[in-house]
Design a protein. Structure first.
Lengths: 340, 282, 331
């Protein structure tokens, strides 16, 4: 596939070109860190951080969206307005997460039109990592600092240049449209990109991830959940920051008979998540809720989709106000499995 | 995006009739008719499935379909007044339009039941989808597919029994055995008295070439399962239907799982064998 | 290991050995630099897990109410445990509040008071380092040495990266304790208090609105602020109620304002400015500002600073004949 290089000095030009007739979403420096934002000014793009505070899943699965509007007892509108979007500067972990989310939103042939429309209209330009983030462990969960799943283009930071590799036909068309400011990649440049990847992979600290599903099933009643349940505050930060968490709520909002049915992010960590109308709650303790989160990602999703729903971005670790560390939990579960 | 292609949009239905099922008046059966005949055609369901009833402005609630597809032209849902959505539903009069999303979930294993004897055990207002199953099996076109049919149904008191008219009709038939019981009768009650598990043990239907479908409140299930076991029904031949807090009903929102199974799409019907393989989190 | 940390571990060991406590709640190192996690120790063997340094920012009071709730399925007699906690000034004030509001029993608590010189805001440290993450950090007295994930090294005085709430804090020693291991060495002057609020108040209404919008529009309704706050222990928060439905779930500005303003009002006279909400917020929203504004209002109107003493009723949960009524308008 097509590989070209871009002088870093021309980065803003590239971004401008990509965003010419599309909505542009890229990492931007914010008060506390870097966040994915919709921008029109290419000079705001900030690629300094290894990763953003929250994942870019917002682009295909927003914090909230209107499913449809209604008036009285009639549904009035179901068509969401979605623009062509280019998502620039995504790390390979986040790009891979899109492929995982695809599985849920098309599961069993039931297609989620809202997610799929956004996904279809979003071009993903990813950027490989030369340096791991604070709590990164992508290579321990089947990913890589230069992973190619979920992206249309993958970029490599070679210092003064970027090497851009087309991964899909859409990606190729995108790169071709930038031919005026790029040059074909040389063998040396391709080698430099490969070297950067190898170096980055070396710097990742491996995490033992429990892969024996039967053993993991056996951990359901283990003491570890009690301890973690005490620490976990039951806030939604980990799930909201996570690129693969996809639980949502559906609620109605009305004013004088006119309203909308919206879906919004929700999380199994919240205490009211599974509360029945009768008052019964299958998960009354934080132990049970924290366990649900971990087992869903590392046991139930592998059972249903063949893959763990974790891309190792580490956001749950860096953002957790209670200082919980998923990597430590996984290591303990893995060693518990070995012991059985 | 219309309801046929968008799984989040409900089909509009008109409330054709409302029947108050119990003395406490917190159980109502709604007879719903599709506004659009195309939608009626698309809503092709099998007993055991459920639908999300939608009240625009309040929300949705998952309710088992109480009618059988052999009862053409309408859907029946029996709803207990519990919270915001069901509360609003209970206040609606005949003629009002609400929404229905479905059919959802895995139905009763009808194909497996063909050629077999079927024992149906229900308690309280969990009897809804068992009504659907019974009506389906005894319909003229279907009766010949099934062996002996035994229905055991109980409620706390005579006033709490659902579907009183259907129960009378079933008792009058000779192609099924109907045993109705109440925990405690009243002066007018001439039928059996006793908890469902006790009556089941008394009736003692044979487990040979038979499948058992049981549905009821947790306390009834707790005491009925040992009896079912004693009678010799294998866990793979014991069929239950679960309830869970739901929102999307289509396996996307992540709310209703027990282990790796979602009650909305891998259930609500499960065999006891399948349930035993799931974590004890319901 | 510092002297303070050593003294703490010794004290906790003694408490277990004398059977004064069944459980100890303290801080232990978390998996990333400059972060700690609450730990729940049940024996003297575990005391080596305890740490005490300038990254022990968490308010441990938030973890206490759950320890005194009867466990599900517990039959017959159940005695709540005797729980030891290491407390800074703010932790102890939150505990005073929880005792007064009957969420935790005073007679089952053993509080170890330690003086606090202020806690590090790790977001400030990360930002100061550039956008790279923190790979390693070492707190050495009042200095912090940090290595970024890209290898860059920098040293700071902890003062430079102190949490905002710590800058103004005048209650750096425990206000309630059973034993005091150390007192804070100094205290900022009176004039340092409420500087943010004064600055804010000096702006025009339009400027203030703009500021609040720019801050709150970043809210994603994750409720980390609420869950990290010891005062937010309601089983069903007003924001989650469906009957009646006070507010919606979206990030529409009106909903976000409704949530935060509601929470601020619920905190009036109770918030101790521990900074847990600010530290928990992934979006860096200045949540303290309005809480501090209301706290100052309560002080000025009712002469009470939140939860300094078990003997003083919370301002908005009590009434005195001489209470200021100047804010009441004619009907």
């Amino acid at each position: 596939m097509l590989e070209v290089t871009l002088d870093k000095a021309k980065l803003q030009e590239l971004v401008k070109l990509l965003g010419a007739d599309r909505r542009l979403v890229a990492p931007v420096a914010d008060k506390q860190g870097t966040v994915f934002s919709e921008i029109t000014d290419p000079s705001l793009v900030c690629l300094d951080a290894v990763n953003t505070t929250l994942s870019p899943k917002e682009v295909v699965f927003p914090q909230w969206e209107t499913l449809y509007t209604f008036e009285g007892d009639r549904v009035t509108k179901t068509e969401p307005q979605i623009e062509e979007t280019v998502l620039f500067g995504v790390r390979p972990c986040d790009a891979r997460a899109f492929e995982l989310l695809d599985r849920v939103f098309t599961w069993d042939g039931v297609n989620d039109p809202y997610y799929l429309k956004r996904r279809e209209k979003t071009l993903v330009v990813a950027l490989a990592c030369n340096v791991p983030g604070e709590a990164c462990f992508c290579s321990s969960v089947g990913g890589s600092p230069a992973g190619e799943s979920g992206a249309d283009v993958l970029g490599f930071d070679l210092g003064d240049r970027l090497l851009l590799r087309a991964l899909t036909k859409r990606g190729e068309a995108l790169l071709k449209s930038a031919s005026s400011i790029t040059t074909p990649a040389t063998p040396e440049e391709k080698e430099a990109a490969q070297k950067a990847v190898t170096e980055a992979e070396k710097r990742l600290k491996p995490v033992a991830v429990p892969e024996d599903l039967e053993a993991l099933k056996g951990s359901f009643d283990a003491e570890i959940w009690k301890e973690l349940g005490l620490k976990c505050l039951g806030c939604g930060v980990c799930a909201y920051a996570c690129p693969t968490c996809h639980c949502f709520d559906i609620t109605d909002e009305t004013r004088k008979g006119v309203g909308r049915r919206v879906r919004s992010w929700d999380t199994c960590a919240f205490s009211l998540f599974t509360l029945h109308g009768s008052g019964h709650n299958p998960r009354t303790t934080q132990d049970a809720r924290y366990r649900q989160r971990v087992l869903h990602k590392f046991l139930y999703c592998p059972e249903n989709f063949g893959e763990a729903f974790c891309v190792g971005c580490g956001r749950c670790v860096t953002n957790c106000p209670a200082g919980l560390d998923l990597r430590a939990v996984l290591e303990r579960l893995a060693s518990m499995a070995k012991a059985t | 995006m219309d309801p046929i292609t968008n799984p989040y949009v409900p089909y509009p239905v008109r409330i054709d009739e409302v029947t108050i099922e119990n003395d406490e008046r917190d159980l109502k059966t709604f007879k719903l008719v599709f506004v659009d005949s195309e939608h009626a055609k698309a809503f092709d369901y099998i007993p055991g499935q459920f639908a999300e009833l939608s009240v625009l402005g309040k929300g949705e609630c998952p309710i088992g379909i109480a009618s059988s597809p052999t009862e053409e032209g309408y859907l029946l849902f029996t709803v207990k007044k519990t919270g915001v959505v069901t509360g609003e539903l209970h206040s609606l009069a005949e003629g009002k339009i609400i929404g229905v999303r479905g059919p959802l979930g895995k139905p009763y294993p009808i194909e497996r039941m063909k050629g077999k004897n079927v024992v149906i055990v229900g308690g309280g207002f969990a009897f809804t989808t068992l009504r659907a199953l019974t009506q389906y099996m005894i319909a003229d076109a279907n009766r010949g597919d099934f062996g002996e049919i035994t229905v055991i149904y109980g409620a706390r008191s005579p006033g709490e029994l659902l579907y009183k008219e259907e129960l009378k009709a079933w008792e009058a038939r000779d192609d099924l055995t109907t045993v109705i019981t109440v925990d405690k009768g009243d002066d007018a009650w001439k039928g059996r008295e006793g908890f469902v598990p006790t009556i089941l043990e008394e009736v003692a239907p044979s487990s040979k070439d038979a499948l058992m479908a049981v549905c009821g409140p947790p306390i009834m299930i707790k005491f009925t399962l040992p009896v079912i076991d004693k009678l010799g029904f294998a866990p793979s031949d014991t069929i239950l239907s679960l309830e869970m807090r739901m929102k999307c009903g289509i396996g996307k929102c992540g709310r209703c799982n027990i282990g790796s199974k979602y009650v909305c799409k891998d259930g609500p019907v499960f065999t006891l064998e399948e349930l035993k393989a799931l974590p004890a989190e319901f | 290991m510092s002297q303070a940390e050593d003294a703490l571990r010794k004290e906790v060991r003694k408490l277990f050995e004398n059977k004064t406590i069944d459980l100890f709640v303290g801080h232990e190192a978390a998996g990333v630099p400059l972060k700690t996690s609450a730990c729940f120790l049940s024996s003297a063997d575990e005391v080596e897990r305890l740490v005490w340094n300038a990254s022990c920012a968490a308010n441990l009071a938030v973890y206490l109410p759950q320890l005194f709730k009867r466990p599900q399925g517990a039959r017959g007699e159940w005695n709540p445990p005797k729980v030891g906690v290491v407390v800074k000034g703010c932790d102890s004030r939150s505990i005073v509040g929880l005792i007064k509001e009957k969420q935790i029993p005073r007679d089952r608590l053993y509080l170890i008071g330690v003086g606090c010189e202020g806690m590090i805001d790790r977001h400030k440290a990360a930002k100061a380092l550039g956008a790279v993450g923190l790979a390693e950090a070492k707190i050495d007295g009042t200095s912090v040495h940090i290595i970024g994930t890209d290898g860059t090294q920098r040293s700071f005085e902890s003062e430079e990266i102190l949490a905002d709430s710590c800058r103004e804090c005048r209650h750096r020693s425990a206000v309630l304790s059973d034993v005091v291991l150390s007192e804070a060495s100094e205290q900022p002057p009176e004039s340092s208090r409420y500087t943010d609020v004064s600055d804010f108040e000096s702006q025009s209404p339009d400027e203030r609105w703009e500021y609040l919008v720019s801050e709150l529009s970043r809210c994603i309704r994750c409720y980390a602020c609420r869950e990290a706050c010891p005062n937010c222990y309601c089983q069903e928060c007003f924001a989650d109620e469906t009957a009646p439905k006070w507010l919606g779930v979206t990030t529409d500005l009106s909903e976000v304002f409704a949530f935060h303003l509601g929470r601020v009002l619920h905190q009036a006279g109770r918030c101790v400015d521990c900074g847990a909400c600010v530290a928990a917020c992934p979006q860096g929203i200045n949540l303290r500002l309005l809480n501090q504004k209301v706290n100052r209002d309560v002080e000025e109107l009712f002469g009470v600073e939140s939860n300094l003493s078990l003997d003083e009723a919370e301002a908005l949960l009590s009434f005195k004949m001489e209470d200021d009524q100047s804010f009441m308008t004619e009907p």
